[in-house]
Design a protein around this ligand. Structure first.
Ligand code: FES
Length: 162
């Protein structure tokens, strides 16, 4: 028998097909990324085409695309059928642009870090990594970030590390 996108799959079948845990699937469902219905015995039943959404979530995670961006894109996709080839092309183009922007931002940071290596001044005035574009100018004098982060230094109970 040929599989149809409208076939219904149990959560066990989804887990087996995707390798995604039940807790992750529940999380994605709470975030509105995937949808299920209740079957007999109140069991979660997924349309087969949800496999494609889950696959895209897996790909996005590998690419480091935040789930909030995935949700934004998924909001433009149909929920009652598998996304069309053009839908996936549009999504992949959008993510490619995001990855390119991130790569440029990382290259820029890497360039600034290169200037810091061997410098060690950690100057709020001079160090572009500590204070890009002198953004902390209006926050007062001194090491603004260090003062603000004082209570969460290592060993502080509020740091969560005990
Ligand atoms: S540490 Fe000196 S410029 Fe960044």
């Amino acid at each position: 028998m040929r599989a149809s996108p409208d076939d219904r799959l149990t959560i066990g079948e989804i887990i087996r097909r995707t390798g995604v845990s039940a807790s992750a699937l529940h999380f994605y469902e709470r975030k509105g990324l995937i949808f299920s219905e209740r079957g007999t015995g109140n069991q979660r039943i997924f349309s087969r085409h949800m496999l494609r959404r889950i696959s895209l979530i897996i790909v996005a995670k590998r690419l480091g695309i935040p789930l909030s961006d995935v949700a934004e894109v998924f909001a433009t996709l149909p929920t009652d059928r598998a996304p069309a080839h053009e839908d996936w092309q549009r999504v992949s183009r959008m993510w490619k642009r995001q990855l390119e922007e991130r790569r440029r931002a990382i290259e820029s940071l890497e360039h600034e870090l290169t200037g810091c290596i061997g410098c060690g001044c950690l100057s709020m005035r001079a160090c572009l990594l500590l204070n890009p574009d002198d953004a902390l100018r209006g926050s007062g004098p001194g090491p603004v970030r260090l003062q603000k982060s004082g209570p969460s230094l290592p060993g502080d109970p509020e740091a969560g590390g005990g």
